[in-house]
Design a protein around this ligand. Sequence first.
Ligand code: S3P
Length: 188
Amino acid sequence: MATSCNVTVEDTKLCGVKRVVLTGFMGSGKSTIGKLLAQRLEWSFIDLDLAIEERCGRTVPQIFAEFGENRFRVEESAALLTAIKGTNAVIALGGGAPETSANRDLLRAASETMIIHLDAPFETLQKRCLRQAEKPGATSRPLFSNLEGARARYMARRPLYEALSTIRLNAATQSPPELVEIVWQLLA
Ligand code: S3P
């Protein structure tokens, strides 16, 4: 594994990449960076949370409130199964998608796929999520309503993001345009 201060790249074949998957905890910038990256690459952008909302005809908080987390995870896996078939696509996962082992298997088996972990300390992500929640029209994140629960999930998930991804980017110190530039260079 080659490591520089802000980028960690496993020995992976970067040419011939047909999809980029962004993973990381809530607030790590998956949707923001995914949208920008897709624009830059002229690829399509798939936001897994939006795909789930379309499948269910409900927002993510509504799905949690009406049906509970287990049902949300079932819908998330189904949405991922469709999303991962997309080519020339940037896919932003929800923060919990890698918790499901079938999702991890599916992602690992996907060929020509670059999986990027947008990494940041919990405190940074917490502040960001709180700031985002204050914006008018913001979608709330049900799992952030319990701070200690969110922290425990972060600790449990971080190794999963790490094991799944081939590239780790520091999403705390670099802005979305800077991160897009790094991915662009890696793909070039
Ligand atoms: C979740 C993250 C959310 C969304 C849902 C559950 C999680 O997506 O899928 O609220 O389990 O971490 P973001 O990571 O895009 O906020």
